[in-house]
Design a binder for this molecule. Sequence first.
Ligand SMILES: [Zn+2]
Ligand SMILES: [Zn+2]
Length: 156
Amino acid sequence: MYTFDSLTVPEPQESLDHYIKRLRKSLKMSQQQVSSAAGIHLQSLGKLERGKTTRLNEKTKKGLAIAFNIPEEYLDAVVSGLPVEGVQKKQYCPQCWKGGNNPDPSWTLPRAKYCLLCGTQLRCSCIRCGEPIASFKHKFCPHCGIPYAQLSQNKS
Ligand SMILES: [Zn+2]
Ligand SMILES: [Zn+2]
């Protein structure tokens, strides 16, 4: 399970070397600690942090995601230069999400189907009108005006 922390979300246009270094510093980890947690060579990590490597193979990506406790999709976003929203699925848990704030990162993974916190099936559209969620910044459904927070209460 991911602990949500907005610091772990890549900044727009952030480079891979900058992102990895920033995460490592924010976790107060040494290169040694990160490379062993990620199961990659210290040298490979060094190359990444110096911007010598700009692509990640599956193993490195998985390893770094585990070491930094972030979804692999964040790394995809940085490598591809797309905003995180571009690789995120706009899904939410009708039980846990109250609207207007960031979703739990585990909901937005392309493969996620159920909430990791409560097991409820994730939804990507308004329960009342069926329109897709346009933005997690909204507190209300822009189409039918229902507060997203209310959806969870109405449901059970
Ligand atoms: Zn939930
Ligand atoms: Zn609606």
